[in-house]
Ligand binder design. Structure first.
Ligand code: SF4
Length: 429
C-alpha cells in the first residue's frame, strides 16, 4: 500500500511539470496566488489531507515550521473548491502534536474553518513495504495518510544539516509513525554505495509516499544550521506544483542550491519519481529567478562555532543535534563554570560510538552505554533542563539563577519528557 498517484487531479499527463511561484504579497496572498494557477476542480468531494511541517514547537515566522497563513490559505482554497480537508502531522520525538499546532495558532485557524487537526500518531501504524527501497524495505506509516484521497505536502523552505535541504519530499518523513522516523537516522552504511544512508532512505520513502501536490512556504525560510537551529531569512515567496520533485527543484534554485547537491532529490529524480531538471519544468511567471536569495549552507560540523568544544556526532538524529545546538547557543559560554580546570570539553551524541574519551559529556539515550566514561544525560532527545541539572548536580532553579537566560528558545526544545529508553531502537541503552 502506498499513496496512490495514478489519479492526480492536479496534474496533466500530457504536460511537462508546471511549478508556480508567487512573491511579495505575504504568506496568505502568495499561497492563494499560486493555488489560483492550478485547476482545483478535481478536488470537489475528495478528502484532502494537508501536511504542513509542524514537527517542532515554534512560533509563526521562525522559519522552523510552516507559516500558519500558508496553511490557512490552502484550507480556504480547498474548502472553496469543495474538498473535505484536514491537517495532520507526526512531529519529531518528544513533541506533542497538538501543542505544536497551538504554538502556530493553527488550532484557532482550523477551528474557524471547521477543519480537523489530526495527531497522526494516535492510531496504530500501517506497515508499508518499500519494494524499490535500497536503504529501507518497510516503513511504519501513519494510517490517515493512506486513507485520504489526496495528500498535500506544505513544508517550510529550510537548509538541513543532514539532507542539504528539507522541502516537499523530505517533509513526507512526518508521515512516518511516532519514533519510527528516528530509524532513518540509524541506518548502517550501504553495501557498494558511499551515499549517506538517510539520503537514500528519503528517496526510498518517496517511492511510496509522494504527495499529490506540493506547496512550499518560503515566507520565512531557514538558512545555516537547519532544520531548527539556523537563522530565519525572509523570502516572501511561495512555490506550488503537482510534481513535488519539480517543486523542490524550483525551491532549491530560489535558495541558491544546486539540486545535484541534494542527494535525495538527485536519487529520486534518477529513479523517475519526479523531474529535477529545471530545463524540463515549466515555471511561472517567467521572471521568477529574480526572487532567488542564496541561503547560507549548514556548516560541516556542529562545533565550528564552539572551538573549545568537540562534538562527536555519530548517527545522531536532528532532534539530538538541535538540542545540543540550542544548549550551546544559550549556555555555551558559561558551560566551563561547571568544569573547573578544563579548557576543552568533548560532547557525544548519537548511537554509533564504539568508544568515547574519558570525561565526555554523553547526551541522549543513544550514548547510555558510555555513561561510565564521563557524564551522561538521559533523554530521547535529552532536554536542556536535564543537561543543566546533570552537569551542575544542583536543582534546576539554582542552576538557572546562575546562568544567563537570554536565549529563550533554549528553555527546552522539544519538551521535558524524558523516556529512559529509545523505544524505536533495538539496542540496549
Ligand atoms: S537519543 Fe538517539 S534516537 Fe533519541 S533523539 Fe538522540 S540520537 Fe535520536
Amino acid at each position: 500500500m502506498a499513496i496512490n498517484l495514478t489519479d492526480n487531479p492536479f496534474r496533466r499527463a500530457d504536460q511537462r511539470p508546471q511549478v508556480h511561484v508567487a512573491h511579495g504579497h505575504g504568506a496568505y496572498e502568495n499561497t492563494r496566488a499560486v493555488l489560483a494557477k492550478l485547476d482545483l476542480s478535481g478536488v470537489r468531494g475528495k478528502r484532502v489531507l494537508l501536511k504542513p511541517n509542524v514537527g517542532r514547537i515554534a512560533p509563526p515566522g521562525s522559519g522552523i515550521t510552516t507559516h500558519p497563513q500558508v496553511v490557512a490559505a490552502a484550507m480556504d482554497a480547498f474548502i472553496e473548491a469543495g474538498a473535505q480537508i484536514a491537517v495532520g502531522e507526526s512531529p519529531i520525538a518528544g513533541v506533542k502534536t497538538l501543542e505544536a499546532f497551538a504554538a502556530l495558532g493553527l488550532d484557532v485557524i482550523a477551528h474557524q474553518r471547521k477543519c480537523p487537526l489530526i495527531d497522526l500518531d494516535v492510531r496504530p501504524a500501517v506497515r508499508v513495504p518499500v519494494p524499490e527501497g535500497k536503504a529501507i524495505r518497510e516503513l511504519k506509516v501513519c494510517a490517515d495518510v493512506l486513507e485520504y484521497d489526496l495528500v498535500v505536502s506544505i513544508p517550510v523552505m529550510k537548509m538541513h544539516m543532514h539532507t542539504g535541504v528539507t522541502l516537499a519530499i523530505k517533509n513526507m518523513k512526518g508521515c512516518l509513525w511516532r519514533r519510527s522516523k528516528v530509524d532513518l537516522h540509524m541506518l548502517p552504511p550501504l553495501d557498494g554505495d558511499d551515499e549517506i544512508p538517510i539520503n537514500v532512505a528519503i528517496a526510498d520513502l518517496a517511492s511510496v509516499l509522494r504527495p499529490h501536490l506540493a506547496i512550499i512556504d518560503g515566507t520565512v525560510a531557514m538558512e545555516g544550521l537547519g532544520p531548527s537551529a539556523g537563522e530565519p531569512r525572509e523570502m516572501n515567496v511561495v512555490v506550488a506544483g503537482a510534481d513535488a520533485f519539480a517543486a523542490d527543484t524550483v525551491a532549491c534554485a530560489l535558495m541558491g542550491v544546486k539540486v545535484r547537491d541534494v542527494a535525495h532529490l538527485r536519487i529520486g529524480g534518477a529513479r523517475g519519481y519526479g523531474v529535477v531538471n529545471l530545463k524540463s519544468i515549466a515555471v511561472s511567471p517567467p521572471g521568477w529567478r529574480k526572487w532567488a536569495q542564496p541561503l547560507a549552507r549548514p556548516p560541516s560540523s556542529i562545533d565550528v562555532r564552539y572551538p573549545n568544544i568537540t562534538v562527536l556526532d555519530r548517527n545522531a538524529c536532528s532532534a539530538c543535534q538541535s538540542t545540543l545546538l540550542l544548549f550551546l547557543r544559550g549556555y555555551g559560554r558559561q558551560l566551563f563554570d561547571y568544569f573547573p580546570g578544563k579548557s576543552n570539553l568533548t560532547v557525544a551524541i548519537g548511537r554509533g560510538h564504539a568508544d568515547v574519551p574519558t570525561g565526555t559529556l554523553c547526551l541522549g539515550n543513544c550514548t547510555a552505554r558510555h555513561r561510565d566514561r564521563g557524564i551522561y544525560v538521559r533523554g530521547c532527545p535529552p532536554v536542556t533542563s536535564e543537561i543543566l541539572r546533570t552537569i551542575s548536580g544542583k536543582p534546576l532553579s539554582d542552576v538557572l539563577d546562575g546562568l544567563s537566560r537570554t536565549h529563550e528558545s533554549s528553555a527546552d526544545t522539544p519538551t521535558e519528557k524524558m523516556p529512559d529508553k529509545c523505544p524505536a531502537h533495538k539496542h540496549k541503552n
